[in-house]
Design a protein around this ligand. Structure first.
Ligand code: ADP
Ligand code: MG
Length: 385
């Protein structure tokens, strides 16, 4: 572990952010409020975080000149995007603290390494097989079907996944993957899905946010509800498992662990080496958001508690909403209606172009802490209106 304990980085230090999506944008906003400067590296000239950063390095993640500028100009570097090449993180770590480390991000960015990590450490996970060739598919047991074939790298929001009923369908789906390594997962019947977002500092202190209950639509997170409506013992176990994962990865920063609940028991689905969509609610319902915690972990400041002061229901706003009335051309939705709902916080990411399935924003309905149902009801009625 080359991330030795160093004195905290204080404002107005300049922080480097690899990735310029909405997660990076909220990090920039949190860092700005705390007095830091932020440089963002993202090849998209319209990147949401780049637009509000002190400097947007508009270049590829392995661009030598951009990396040299970051190594020179930033006091520490973090990421909001798990597909930043591990080589980029390794390279930068020679010059500045990089948190989380390349090795931790490397495990989370490849489903084969991720699942093998879980298996090696005896952490609960669903049945799976690594598929590198058609022969591998011949060898998988019948009990794995029905299944989901997922490409090992670069999948998100359900992309790169095919639902397959049997071996024949799996073979056909694998042939579509042009030789990419995949994992084949048994399709589980889920009671529900939950996630834990936590921060871990260099000394190993972990501060977890409460467990979120997550509902997906077409492979994309749709609604997150906090507190999750699960047994307290199950919530405690989820937090404990997430903490173990962070410790075993020697993780420094904010990470998320997604779980399936199957027959009342937890199975780890996947890890994200960054703040998480299901942790957006922390912006409005917590003492410190997941983004403030990310700044704190990166800079070596003491972590805040993950305490919530309100129940919260977060709804993702997808680009589909722009096409609700006219299927051919995008039309800005009428935000006035959402702003009129009390205790509802709308966040828009300033994305250049609305596309179907693209995350454009989210809103969070708040209610008294003991009234999760009330928050959910408020969020769903706001969406229906
Ligand atoms: P992504 O990287 O796109 O988030 P996930 O592996 O988390 O990929 O899959 C997205 C969603 O698809 C999950 O949250 C879950 O709703 C569903 N899903 C994925 N794998 C399984 C499985 N093995 N059994 C049942 N549902 C699954
Ligand atoms: Mg997922």
């Amino acid at each position: 572990n080359n991330d030795s304990l160093t004195p905290p980085l204080l404002p107005p230090a300049t922080l480097g952010m690899l990735g310029g999506g909405q997660l990076g944008r909220f990090f920039v906003a949190a860092a700005h409020e705390m007095g830091y400067r932020v440089w963002v590296l993202d090849p998209d000239p319209h990147s949401p975080a780049g637009r509000i950063a002190d400097r947007h390095l508009c270049a590829d993640y392995s661009d030598a000149a951009a990396l040299a500028a970051i190594a020179e100009g930033c006091a520490a570097v973090t990421t909001e995007f798990e597909n930043v090449p591990a080589a980029t993180l390794d390279h930068l770590a020679r010059f500045v603290p990089v948190r989380p480390s390349a090795s931790a991000v490397g495990v989370c960015q490849n489903r084969i390494l991720e699942k093998s990590f879980l298996a090696e450490h005896g952490l609960p996970h669903g049945e799976f097989a690594v598929i590198r060739s058609e022969t591998d598919l011949v060898d998988v047991p019948d009990t794995l079907f029905p299944a989901i074939l997922k490409v090992a790298r670069f999948g998100y929001d359900g992309k790169g996944q095919s639902t397959v009923a049997d071996r024949g369908e799996a073979l056909a789906a694998f042939r579509q993957c042009s030789g990419e390594a995949c994992v084949l997962e048994k399709r589980l019947t889920l009671d529900c899905e939950v996630s834990v977002v936590l921060a871990r500092d260099q000394a190993g202190t972990v501060r977890a946010f409460p467990v979120a209950e997550n509902r997906h639509r077409a492979g994309i997170l749709d609604v997150s509800l906090v507190p999750a409506r699960v047994a307290p013992a199950l919530a405690e176990e989820a937090v404990a498992l997430a903490g173990q994962i962070a410790e075993k990865l020697a993780y420094v920063g904010v990470m998320a662990v997604e779980f399936f609940v199957v027959d009342g028991r937890l199975r780890v689905n996947e890890m994200a080496p960054r703040p998480h969509n299901s942790g957006h609610y922390t912006l409005d319902a917590c003492v410190a958001s997941q983004y403030e915690q990310q700044v704190r972990a990166l800079c070596g400041l003491p972590l805040e508690s993950g305490a919530v002061h309100s129940a919260a229901a977060m709804v993702n706003v997808l680009g589909d909403l722009w096409f609700a009335h006219d299927t051919a051309s995008a039309q800005e939705p009428d935000w006035g209606q959402l702003f009129a709902v009390p205790a509802l916080k709308l966040h828009l990411y300033g994305k250049h172009q609305a596309r179907r399935g693209r995350k454009m924003g989210h809103f969070t309905a708040l209610a008294p802490l003991e009234d999760a149902e009330g928050a959910l009801h408020a969020a769903l009625s706001a969406r229906a209106a």
